[in-house]
Design a protein around this ligand. Structure first.
Ligand code: UD1
Length: 363
């Protein structure tokens, strides 16, 4: 029997690990698959609700590290995760995405001589001021098996000298979750609950430090949202980080067409996106989810590590000239391309490919 531990830490990790956990059930005679939650995100609506909705088991290990500076958080995860690995002696650790938990746990495992698989490898924004870019670069350098979601990932890894035999183009586990949960998403009552039935609305999410940590930037962004709100409702499930800055800014962000709510679970959130007129975001994963659902997405960033979403999908980078958000928004809606496509292998079967390959590699 081989033992594998998958790591989750922050909100964008859960929907990537859920399909992997499900796919491993098929191999339950050969593989014990366990989940370790680092506790990087800990609020109920940043964590627990996702476990329930995604039908994930209670994490087998919970490290409870919480917030802190990057070094503090990363170091705490390392100290606690090392104890788990020393006790459990797994054959493999799976990390996903690009959060601090991803690099912290990879580093611990590799130093203990335990193999590491990185799911969502090879994505690059080429912007090293983004903490996630550092996490991606370093994780990919030390991981043993690199599972790639889009073709840019293969090129990036090759350019960084990663040998071909470590790279596996498998598609996107995030879209596995979309495919699997779609029936449940369609039944969600969130539109009724928020009184949005038959309304035209825009979904907003913002949490990237470069956009939200300075209150003057956030205020400029909200001034633009007021212009958009003349025509559409703005539904904004607000990240704790963004909420703190907004509340301490003293800015009056009340508006009859703003619906600012606490972060919401996966099923309700995707339902909101699926029925929206467009999404404005600075998230990575939401660029992919909107591409899969063919919902127009305006990304408030100068670069993306997921170029396929702009090439084939519905994503448009509008940069960070905040005073132009409303202008860009209306321009984009008026010139929507109708030929967006779902990228190759985003077919709901990525986790099956990943688990099959890992079972073979561990033999
Ligand atoms: C993290 C990830 C980011 C990901 C995002 C998704 C890193 C470097 N960043 O950013 O890539 O897109 O998660 O949400 O790993 N907080 C709470 N409750 C929580 C979690 C956070 O109140 O459950 C607050 C804390 O004040 C904390 C702040 O949010 O200091 C930021 O949390 P942190 O985990 O450091 O980074 P995120 O901005 O969430």
């Amino acid at each position: 029997m081989k033992k594998i531990i998958s790591v989750v830490g922050a909100r964008p990790n859960y929907m990537k690990v859920a399909p992997i956990h499900r796919a491993f059930q098929k191999y339950s005679k050969e593989i014990t698959h366990l989940i370790c939650h680092t506790g990087q995100h800990y609020d109920v609506n940043m964590s627990k609700i996702f476990f329930e909705e995604l039908e994930l088991p209670e994490p087998h290990f919970y490290l409870g590290v919480g917030s802190g500076s990057h070094s503090e958080q990363t170091a705490k995860i390392m100290i606690e995760f090392e104890k788990v690995l020393l006790n459990e002696k797994p054959d493999l650790v799976i990390v996903v995405g690009d959060v601090n938990s991803t690099i912290a746990c990879s580093l611990v495992a590799v130093k203990l001589g335990i193999k590491v698989a990185h799911v969502e490898a090879g994505l690059r924004s080429f912007d090293r001021s983004m903490p996630e870019e550092i996490n991606r670069l370093l994780t990919d350098q030390i991981a043993d098996y690199l599972f790639v979601t889009e073709k840019s990932g293969i090129e990036n890894l090759k350019n960084e000298g990663i040998p071909d035999e470590k790279i596996f183009f498998v598609g996107n586990t995030m879209s596995d979750s979309l495919v699997y949960y779609l029936p449940k998403i369609d039944k969600s009552q969130i539109l009724n609950e928020l009184n949005l039935l038959n309304e035209k609305y825009v979904v907003v999410t913002l949490h990237r430090p470069s956009n939200v940590d300075k209150s003057e930037n956030l205020i400029r962004i909200f001034e633009e949202f007021k212009k958009i709100a003349e025509k559409y409702k703005i539904v904004f499930p607000i990240h704790p980080r963004t909420k703190k800055v907004l509340q301490s800014s003293g800015y009056d962000y009340s508006h009859p067409n703003f619906l600012i709510v606490d972060p919401i679970g996966y099923i309700s959130f995707i339902k909101l996106v699926k029925n929206s007129i467009a999404v404005i975001t600075d998230s990575g994963g939401i660029q992919e989810e909107t591409t899969f659902l063919k919902i127009p997405c305006l990304t408030l960033r100068d670069n993306t590590e997921r170029p396929i979403t702009a090439e084939l999908g519905t994503n448009k980078l509008i940069g960070t000239q905040y005073d132009k958000i409303a202008l860009e928004f209306f321009k984009y809606l008026n010139s929507l391309k109708t030929d967006s496509t779902i990228p190759p292998l985003w077919d709901g079967k990525a986790a099956e490919r990943i688990t099959a390959k890992l079972v073979e590699l561990l033999k």
